[in-house]
Design a protein around this ligand. Structure first.
Ligand code: UDP
Ligand code: MG
Length: 316
């Protein structure tokens, strides 16, 4: 019998003490029920939790060697924590990426593995339903609407981080030198045969969403700016358009002067409107350029994505 494939489950954790015991139990139950499925390990990345999450994981690691803890030195954010997990689970045959809060039901993992074994290098878990409401939902809809139009590599709107990536795709991930990472976007970018496994997204098992709306907006902007130059191009178009209008207006008024047609004497409102409009366009332009420039600066600094504090239970 060929050896079982090694599946690593990478889970970023930030202040999830309320859900961790259930998460551990459900993971163990799934793989316990199907021992012939795979050899598995779980890499929990503690992203600087301020509650008992790290302590709970440490206990679990001591009790069950299939659980590992990568403890970051502070809160680096979800994408960085995910990158840390991917790095530490690199040798696995495939990596399952999921949230700790059980919104991504671990019961779907066997289906992900089955799809991978059927030949897909990237398996996206795709929601049949969305549980977000109100502002968050509106935000997701707007983002995916805009992103789908702008990006050269559109993402499946109903899949997030949850999914599986095979070994070749993992290696591809490690070739990204960039600091601003947006996992679903990169996953779409690297290519490979991809399939979707449908599932129903659940409510958070307990606790509050750890990603503030502000952070989600930041990810959305990261997604846009790092996958599209269209905002810059739009600036050029706007510039050309405004310049053309200005030129046309100049010709128009000059002609009236020359032909001695009476010109309106005041024009104060027009002037103010034009000045404000142009000022606004220029400021937006500087802002958009700044978004790209800031990102360039971050990349040039080449700072590490995360700093690991301590890692009990894992190979050094
Ligand atoms: N998370 C993290 N670092 C952070 C914020 C969140 O590692 O700074 C983890 C969190 O513990 C969870 C996952 O990222 O496992 C998704 O977070 P959350 O459920 O708050 O996000 P949402 O479901 O609203 O996208
Ligand atoms: Mg969540």
């Amino acid at each position: 019998m060929p050896p079982l494939p090694v599946i690593a489950i990478v889970i970023p954790v930030f202040n999830e003490e309320a859900v961790l015991p259930t998460l551990f139990a459900r993971l163990s139950a799934i793989f316990g029920a199907q021992p012939a499925l795979c050899a598995w390990r779980t890499v929990l990345v503690d992203d600087g939790s301020r509650d008992r999450s790290a302590a709970l994981i440490r206990d679990q690691v001591a009790a069950d060697p299939r659980f590992e803890l990568v403890e970051l030195s502070r809160n680096f954010g979800f994408q960085a924590a995910l990158a840390a997990g991917l790095a530490y689970a690199r040798q696995a045959d495939a990596i399952v990426t999921m949230d700790a809060d059980l919104q991504d039901p671990p019961e779907v993992i066997p289906q992900l593995i089955a799809a991978w074994r059927a030949g897909a290098e990237i398996v996206r878990a795709t929601r049949r339903t969305r549980t977000e409401t109100g502002l968050r939902r509106l935000g997701f809809n707007v983002f995916h609407g805009v992103f789908g139009r702008l990006s050269d590599f559109p993402m499946e709107p109903n899949s997030g981080t949850f999914g599986l990536i095979g070994h070749d795709a993992i290696e591809a991930f490690h070739q990204f030198p960039e600091r601003h990472r947006f996992f679903p976007g990169l996953r779409a970018w690297i290519g490979f045969p991809t399939t979707d496994v449908l599932y129903d997204r659940e409510e958070r098992a307990a606790g509050q969403p750890q990603q503030t709306l502000r952070r989600l907006v930041r990810y959305a902007l990261d997604g846009l700016f790092s996958f599209s130059h269209l905002p810059l191009r739009m600036l050029t178009y706007t510039g050309v358009f405004v310049a053309f209008m200005g030129f046309a207006a100049a010709v128009f008024y000059a002609a009236r002067r020359i032909l001695n047609i009476e010109t309106a004497p005041t024009g104060y409102t027009t002037l103010v409107t034009i000045v404000l409009f142009l000022g606004g366009v220029q400021l937006i332009g500087i802002g958009v350029i700044g978004e790209y420039l800031g990102r360039v600066y971050d990349e040039v600094k080449q700072r590490p994505l995360y700093v690991v504090k301590r890692r009990p239970g894992g190979p050094r």
